[in-house]
Ligand binder design. Sequence first.
Ligand code: PLP
Length: 393
Amino acid sequence: MKHMSQETEIERAYRGATPGSAVLAKQAASLMPSGITHDSRHIAPYGLFMSHAEGAYKWDVDGKRYIDFFGGHGALLLGHNHPDVTAAVRDQLGRGTHFAGRSELEIRWARLITQMVPSGEQVRFHASGSEATLMAVRLARAFTGRPKLMRFQQHYHGWQDDMTVGYASHFDGTAPIGVPEAVASQTVVVDPYDSETVATKLVPGTDIAAVILEPFGAATGKVPLEAEFLHRLRELTERAGVLLIFDEVITGFRAAPGGVQEAAGVTPDLTALAKIVAGGLPGGAVTGRADIMAGLDFGAAARSGREKIYHPGTFNACPVSAAAGIAALEIIRDGTACTRAARLAETLRAGLNEVLREAGLSWVVYGQSSAFHIYMGEAPFEPRALGREGLHR
Ligand code: PLP
């Protein structure tokens, strides 16, 4: 009962402080399913409506200022409206937003990625992270001629059909609504802490084309993985002729200028990128081994007699995103921004843990690099159990 009344009190205070958002939430409800545009914004009693942002802050429509720890779903390592990124975007807006043709920006952008990301020999641009992981898997299937994809429980790689099984639900391998069983059956979902099953499945002669993972662990390390696991996975995949795909959509240019692969010293075959790569604007990229990327190359396909992977996309390498991406990567490449963000997060984690200790709570704040998570369970702290219990209940 105490818990219930506390909740009501919090809700009452929230409603009282955010009347503008309440009005807009009512209008949105009749126009969009649940009134939202992203499932994570399904918040009770309603999510806030924002009016503007600057640096580390954002303001809601009632004029309240918030420290933004979410940072554009991880896209804004440099904060809101970094002057160099904003200037590059403004300049590009004056030159045109879409040429339906090539631009020099693509070369500068691709060059930075190949210089910074250890696995990056060639690049193909996309409009989002989901598209980048979609292409990485298609490249792997085309290269190996095998149908299956190995994924880890609760690792997020976007919302396309291949990536729905075993993320928030359907850990038994059945197909989520709207996804055919025939597609779901091509995905092998494994517990990353079950090293025996991982090793048994990654053997020569397997029908698995690729393993994809969030290299920090599910939800940017909420269920953490050690670098040792990445090394072991590299050995197993190499031996089995299975391609290793790092989904560095969040960790890319954050864990280090070259992502987790640079920090951990493990080079995957393919890497999916988005968010920071496009300076916080819409955009994504796949980078990796040139012989695998050749699946997209007209000349290589003709020479090998293999069918080329089809890949259009109206907003691939959109000039505005390219300009923002170049400006952001040029700042990030010397490592100072990653180090500063990681140091600030470390201070924050330590401070929050101190507050929890003083309050006598068994909760723990933890995380790698500039990420942080709050464990709100009973002692003992066992983040691995989150993988089994489910992060999204
Ligand atoms: N992969 C990871 C690790 C992500 O965190 C996300 C998005 O949060 C995606 C892929 C999908 O990216 P997008 O939302 O741009 O499609």
